[in-house]
Structures are given as structure tokens and as C-alpha cells.
Design a protein around this ligand. Sequence first.
Ligand SMILES: Nc1ncnc2c1ncn2[C@@H]1O[C@H](COP(=O)(O)OP(=O)(O)OP(=O)(O)O)[C@@H](O)[C@H]1O
Ligand SMILES: [Mg+2]
Length: 374
Amino acid sequence: MSNILLVAVDPAFGERVSSLTGHHVVAVDAHASSTSAERHRDFRPDVVFVGTGVPIDRALTYASSVSADWPDLVLVLVSPTTRRLARRAERAGFEHVIDPGTSAADLERLAGPADVEKPADAAHRVVVVASPKGGVGKTTTAVNLTGVLAAAAPWEVVLVDLDLQFGDASAMLGLTPQNTVVDALSAEGDDSMFVRTLLTIHPSGFYLLAGADGPADGGGVTGDQVRKLVSQLSTSFRYVVVDTSAGLLEETLASLEEASDLVMVTALDVATLRSTHKELDVLGELGLVPAGRHLLLNRAHRGAGLTVRDAERMLDVAVPVVVPRSDRIGLAANHGTLAIDVKDARVRKPFDALAAAISGVRPTRHSHRGEKLA
Ligand SMILES: Nc1ncnc2c1ncn2[C@@H]1O[C@H](COP(=O)(O)OP(=O)(O)OP(=O)(O)O)[C@@H](O)[C@H]1O
Ligand SMILES: [Mg+2]
């Protein structure tokens, strides 16, 4: 027996699949609501039929996302096809492209059992990027760190914009998302397949779960919802990078409960350094500083009146990663591109070092005060 998921297929096709005996069939439409996700919380499909109710680009994104993680899942695109579409579908991870008129007998053949679970991977990391202050460079850090991790592990990284007021990672990445983290948080079930349909693809090889459209949208989210979402994503992706709002909001604390790493972003000014010290103290008292703790000093420049050493004295810890103040970083953000793609080693190296400290791979050539804090 197979578990079969039908995503936005036409009704006649759906009926033909449902008539196959001995299979468990669940159907959702392209805008599957949280209620439908809740209803099917324990449903893990063996075969997924994706119909024409899903825009083709979204179907391909979805396929490349799930096929990387569930190689045993049989993905079938149900659509009138052209050779070009068939090639794109195959590259994205669809095993078959079939016509919506495919007979029940042929469908029966596609619906063979395939019940293999992917083993848990101990190398999975959840990295929360935080800071007590706004505007210090959390999102800049999160997007560029994600870019470096994705270069090493394409399609195994998801960036979650947990800024529930004015999430702007998508703008910094030049993306126009159709869905946001709020849609994912309100999916009360445990359906990671559904959450994957909400991701926006970045051409560099990672996914974004975009931030809320505005404060009205992100209100009412609970810590439980955040914990569940982060933990769910961490079973599907090798790296989950979480961008947060300034300060210790409930959603940030909840994400830290699931975190393997904290990247604390600070700056060369007395107020930010003091607040950073306090925030680290408070998180320590709450038991919310994960084993991987990384300090990143952003916008370092000579005219600040403070040195990195001064900052380390004030914080009472080493600052292993220092990002210089650079017009290129601001420009990249305004152009919706990654600063790490700018040909400037001063900008790239600190993010390489941070990624290396997180992924456990020591930077070689790019070493930049790259040791991880204990
Ligand atoms: N090292 C840097 N040099 C120059 N500009 C920078 C640097 N880091 C960040 N910026 C710019 O500063 C602005 C704020 O950065 P960013 O959005 O990353 O901060 P944030 O901490 O995420 O802010 P918020 O709290 O509002 O979410 C952006 O325009 C960004 O491009
Ligand atoms: Mg931000």
C-alpha cells in the first residue's frame, strides 16, 4: 500500500487515483490551508502527483526541494507536456510527467509501495542570528551566511525570516515571495511537505521562508508554533538559518530553544556592546545559549573610536568574526544581491569564517580570526 498525495490535480484525475484500491489517498489544493495540513499531520506520502493547479515554477521549486531530501519519494507531474517542460521537470526531480488523462491501470503501476525513511543526520544545524539592537546587520549576516552555506551544500539550506513585523530578507535577496513565515506558522500540523510549498527559491541554491508582510500579519504567533516550525525544517534541511528581530522577543527565544548555534551580531559602539553583553548574560541565565556561540562584529572601521580589542574587553569574550564597514555591503543589499558575491575578499572572508565555524569545517585560505567560541 502507498500513501498518495494529490496536489491541485484536476477532479477527474483525482477520482481515478482515489478509485485505486489498497492505497491511502490525500488531496490538497494549491492553497492548502492550515486546517488541511492539520488534518493530515501524520501523513508521509510515497507518491506525490502535482497537478496543473500549481503554477509550474512553484511545482518545479517544490520538486527540487523535496526530491533532495526524500530520494525515495516518487514525484509525478500531471500536466500536458512539451519536451522542454519534461526536461525541466526531470531536472527538478520529477520522476514522471504524465498526461491528466492517464488511465487508472497506468496510475496503478505508478503507485507502487516505497516506504523508506531518511535516517536522521547528526550534522543538521539550526543557526539563529540575533542582536539586542536594530539595524546592526542581522539580516545582512543571515543572508550572506546562508549564501556561503548553500555554496557548500546546495538546496540543503533554508533561511527563515522570523522578523514578524517587517521581515526584509526577501528584499535584500531581490525575491518576491508568494507566501510568508506566517503561513507556515499557522499550519498547525506537522506537515513538512506543506511547508515546503511555501518556500521561495533563490538562484544561488537555497530556500527562503519569507518574513511577515507587516505587524498586523505576524501578530498572535506563539512560541510553540515557532519551535514546531524550526524543528520541522531542521529534519528536512541540513542548515536552517533564522533571521530575527532586535531584542529578546518570544519568537527569538523559541527559535533558540531549537538552535545548535547562535550568531550574536554586535557593533563598535558602546550602547550596542553593553546591550550585547546583557543579552548574552540573560540568554545564559535562561539556558538559551547553544553550544555553538559566535560573536560577529559588524561595520568595523577605524573612525569608530573603539577597536575590536576594546569590544572584546567590554563583552568579556573573544570576537572571532569582524565584518568591515563597506559600501559594497549596502549596495548589494539595495540591489537584491549577496555581498559575498562581490569580488572583495574583505567582505567575503568573515562570512566564510563564520560558516566554517558553524559547519565545523575549519577555514583554510580564508582564515579570519576564525575560531569558534566555546
Ligand atoms: N558592514 C556593513 N557595511 C555597510 N553597510 C552595512 C553593513 N552591514 C549592514 N549594512 C547595511 O545596514 C543596513 C541595516 O542592515 P540589516 O538590515 O542587515 O540590519 P538588521 O540588524 O537586520 O536590521 P533590523 O533590526 O531592522 O532587522 C542595511 O542597509 C545594510 O545593507
Ligand atoms: Mg533585519
